[in-house]
Write a protein that binds this ligand. Structure first.
Ligand code: HEM
Length: 256
């Protein structure tokens, strides 16, 4: 009896909190700014992706007898480890194209089989992108395994497995028909992927402001980019988690 009362109270409190007018308003504002930020980060990542693809095409269209003489410490790893790099770039591109559709309610509502197939493609490409990205960062940091290179390795060793964990939880939860938890882990994994975009925004702002080099900023900016995206995505998850088992979508409840 006591347990039932406690459950009722909790769900009553949860419901009241969820439907409070300021939270409803906050969801609207957050959603609009969230989409703007997502589109900006996709644009940033696409730009650096095409830039790197241009570099790869250029690098392999010339005769290179001595790579050390031709490329700097940053670029040479891309030339030497081209299979890992191409996998990272191509599958990263697919992730960026597939991911936004998964968060559009009309797509889920009207084209559910597209949502399922697109989701599978994203999970597989996302896992390989995270694995190859973390692999490059851990094994071949461009300043070597000391000082800031070690920071880059350590951050990738934390982030890579965490992204894989989030992708796995997203998959296992949807298999168990836990829609709310599935949604939350998909948001987390996408936010982490976009963390590398936030890193690039940070380096673009901080380098001219401070005069620091990419060698010292690359690792710390990646860590900071990930922390920012994790905090923002957790705030969004808290704001939109629906009462009860969380399986109903916040938008459906807001329009009631
Ligand atoms: C949508 C996903 C992603 C895209 C589009 C993407 C894109 C890129 C691009 C273009 C580069 C080449 C470096 C540059 O020219 O700026 C790169 C390198 C790299 N990426 Fe990603 N990436 C993605 C996801 C990730 C994730 C999830 C991680 C972390 C686990 C990661 C870690 C790295 C690392 C460590 C490098 C090498 C940096 C270096 O040169 O030392 N990437 N990525």
């Amino acid at each position: 009896m006591l347990a039932i009362l406690a459950t009722d109270m909790t769900s009553g409190e949860e419901t009241e909190k969820f439907f409070s007018p300021w939270r409803k308003k906050a969801r609207k504002v957050f959603e609009a700014f969230g989409w703007l930020a997502v589109l900006l980060l996709i644009f940033v990542l696409m730009s650096s992706l095409f830039d790197r693809v241009g570099f790869m095409i250029n690098a392999f269209s010339q005769e290179v007898a001595n790579p050390e003489a031709v490329f700097n410490a940053f670029d040479i790893r891309y030339f030497q480890h081209f299979v890992t790099v191409w996998s990272h770039l191509i599958l990263g591109f697919i992730v960026l194209v597939c991911a936004p559709f998964q968060f559009i309610p009309a797509v889920r509502k009207h084209w559910i089989s597209f949502h399922r197939w697109n989701g599978r493609v994203w999970l597989i490409c996302g896992a390989i992108t995270a694995f190859t990205g973390a692999f490059i960062g851990i094994v071949w940091p461009f300043t070597g395994h000391q000082g800031f290179g070690l920071v880059q390795s350590a951050i990738n060793a934390l982030i890579g497995p965490y992204i894989l964990f989030c992708l796995y939880k997203a998959y296992s939860n949807i298999r168990a028909r836990n829609f709310g938890a599935h949604r939350e882990f998909m948001i987390r994994s996408f936010a982490l992927m976009l963390g590398v975009g936030t890193q690039r925004v940070l380096t673009t702002i901080i380098i001219p402001l401070t005069g620091l080099g990419l060698e010292s900023l690359f690792g710390p900016a990646m860590g900071l980019g990930m922390v920012i995206n994790i905090l923002v995505s957790e705030a969004w998850i808290q704001l939109t988690r629906t009462p009860g088992n969380g399986n109903r979508h916040w938008r459906d409840l807001d329009t009631v």
